[in-house]
Design a protein around this ligand. Structure first.
Ligand SMILES: C[S@@+](CC[C@H](N)C(=O)[O-])C[C@H]1O[C@@H](n2cnc3c(N)ncnc32)[C@H](O)[C@@H]1O
Length: 170
């Protein structure tokens, strides 16, 4: 296989950037998630997103298998840091399944949404940045990312990133 193709393949599959607990707390504590059935489709029990939601006694399940095979009708909300290489497909899938989400995406994607270069057809809010992630070897890597959500935080801090289909602010 030519060197260039090998390099590309490695880059695409390098999705293992694990979220820090402090980045989860900083964003998720702004939401009252009581009574919501939450699924973390790209997380196992070691995920800090899952751990935080469990620590808060929320009704949460994690599933580190295949996000495409989950029946989202059984849940009210998706919270995760999805694989960067699949993020657009992931968002379009959630929108199609009509399920709300609070997820981490790259700053490049947040910028593209804000400049209307990418459109998911739903209202999206911009949350806190998340700039550092654990790697599988335990090291920490800086990647410019941040939270986006389809629901407004309880504190009303998050600003609108995409206005959605009808362009209304409500
Ligand atoms: C960016 S990492 C984040 C992991 C974890 N959610 C966190 O925040 O620490 C994305 C994770 O998605 C998992 N993943 C990759 N493809 C997946 C798929 N098709 N379905 C479910 N999970 C997947 C990978 O194992 C990877 O650990």
């Amino acid at each position: 296989m030519p060197q260039q193709i090998k390099t590309c393949k490695r880059k695409i599959l390098d999705d293992d950037f694990f979220t820090m607990y402090k980045d989860v707390v900083r964003e998720l504590h702004k939401y009252d998630l009581r009574g919501k059935k939450i699924i973390c489709p790209c997380d196992n029990k070691n995920s800090n997103i899952y751990k935080y939601l469990k620590d808060c006694y929320y009704d949460v399940k994690c599933d580190d298998k295949e996000w495409r095979n989950i029946n989202y009708k059984n849940y009210d909300l998706v919270i995760t840091n999805p694989p960067f290489s699949q993020v657009r497909e992931f968002i379009r899938h959630l929108v199609k399944c009509k399920i709300d989400f609070i997820i981490i995406v790259s700053d490049v994607l947040r910028y593209s949404i804000s400049k209307e270069k990418v459109n998911f057809g739903v209202k999206l809010y911009k949350g806190w940045d998340a700039q550092k992630f654990y790697r599988p070897d335990g090291s920490i890597k800086a990647v410019h990312c941040g939270w986006i959500s389809t629901i407004k935080d309880t504190w009303g801090e998050n600003e609108i990133l995409e206005r959605g289909k009808n362009g209304l602010d409500s």
